[in-house]
Design a protein around this ligand. Structure first.
Ligand code: NAD
Length: 376
């Protein structure tokens, strides 16, 4: 019987509430598949700041015990961090987000996945017309550790003529750099994923202008040759931004570098119109990290009304990409679809047509999904 060790990081705000639902679901999946998911709670974010301060330890949003557990786990499941309680403007104050950045960095996660799929029952929640959204199911694969965000950032001192109207002024530089291996591992992952999906990869770049993009395109072509069964295409990023709202259903897997991916994945996430329904995964060579795309929603924390579905979809990603349990993942996705099709909603995804007795709290929604999963 396979056993997987999962470090669970409930964090702050609604985090602990939605994490409870994920654990409930994992127990159900375990019992149905004969798998043991051993969940181990660790501290991160504001909760870690409070706990380390109370214990008289060095104040930290990512205590060493959390990091050690995460590094040796089979997967990390995070809920959310942050909240007004820890919004300390004092320079040098430890902030909850430091925990998030710290864990991503130390797990050396170089690839981020953001699946964007249409839930038929929620089609009205998007700002786009239903006919444009028909069939949308895009997996955005974003490179996470290279490019502009990790290049040299510098300011050059005043030089004559760089200012306004010929005056002296500063110049700022952000450099963009990519090594072949950084491109290869991300694009290769995208092709492998496409082989298990609808078999299409679109690599997005700006090869008509940028040298990094020209290298990206060369490497992408080499990788594509290793996957003759996958249909490969290239698209300039400006066109991709337009196509994502014009004809999003054309995409299966879309792979791109860090900055383009940051922007395109946020654009694409809004196709479905609902923050409470979006999960993401960050992968590297070691332990992977799964989390909802939303934050800690302090405005509704403790009320038992948060939507747990993005957290449950993070579990779906974990099953697929850390444990190769595609069948259970498919069943879970189908279960969530069937709960929505039956009209069940949390408050954030309800509308005027939702009967009051179909608006569920966090725990009741978790129960519905578990019940539907077990019935698959
Ligand atoms: P947010 O995502 O927490 O909330 C935005 C809005 O969406 C709020 O009205 C909230 O109630 C709602 N919302 C979010 N998730 C929901 C859910 N599951 N169910 C129902 N409604 C939901 O973003 P914010 O308000 O900008 O940030 C709040 C805190 O979260 C800040 O401290 C921020 O730094 C932090 N944050 C953390 C993460 C993370 O942990 N990865 C990401 C973004 C923001």
């Amino acid at each position: 019987m396979p056993t997987y060790r999962i470090v669970t990081l409930p964090g702050d705000g609604i985090g602990p509430e939605i994490m409870d639902e994920a654990k409930k679901l994992l127990a159900a999946i375990g019992s149905k598949t004969g798998t043991t998911f051993a969940c181990e709670d660790q501290l991160i974010g504001g909760a870690a700041i409070d706990a380390t301060r109370a214990a008289g330890e060095p104040v930290s949003a990512l205590p060493p015990a959390t990091l050690e557990a995460a590094q040796s786990a089979d997967a990390v499941l995070l809920a959310s961090v942050g909240g007004p309680k820890w919004d300390d403007p004092t320079p040098g104050a430890v902030r909850p987000e430091a925990g998030l950045l710290g864990i991503r960095k130390s797990l050396q996660l170089y690839l981020n996945l953001r699946p964007v799929r249409l839930w038929n029952a929620l089609i009205g929640a998007s700002t786009l017309k239903p006919e444009v959204l028909e069939g949308v199911d895009v997996l955005i694969v974003r490179e996470l550790t290279g490019g502009l965000y990790f290049g040299v950032h510098e300011r050059k001192a005043d030089v004559a003529g760089a200012g306004v109207g010929g005056a002296a002024g500063q110049t700022a530089v952000d450099s963009m750099e990519y090594a072949e291996y950084e491109i290869d591992r991300v694009v290769r992952w995208a092709f492998e994923a496409a082989g298990r999906r609808r078999g299409r990869v679109c690599s997005v770049d700006k090869a008509n202008v940028l040298e990094t993009s020209r290298l990206w395109r060369e490497v992408a072509a080499r990788v594509a040759a290793d996957f003759p069964e996958v249909e490969a295409s290239n698209m300039y990023v400006d066109n991709a931004a337009m196509q994502l709202v014009y004809n999003p259903a054309q995409f299966d897997v879309l792979v791109t570098e860090n900055t383009f991916g940051d922007i395109l994945s946020d654009e694409a996430s809004m196709l479905t119109g609902s923050l409470g329904m979006l999960a993401s995964a960050s992968l590297g060579d070691g332990t992977a990290l799964y989390e909802p795309s939303h934050g800690s929603a302090p405005d509704i924390a403790g009320k038992g009304i948060a939507n747990p579905i993005a957290q449950l979809l993070s579990v779906e990603l974990m099953l697929r990409y850390s444990f190769q349990m595609d069948e259970a993942a498919d069943q879970l996705a189908a279960a969530i679809g069937s709960v929505l099709d039956a009209g069940w909603r949390t408050a954030d995804i309800a509308d005027d047509s939702t009967p009051a007795d179909h608006i569920l709290g966090t725990s009741a929604m978790g129960d519905k999904v578990v019940e539907a999963y077990l019935a698959q």
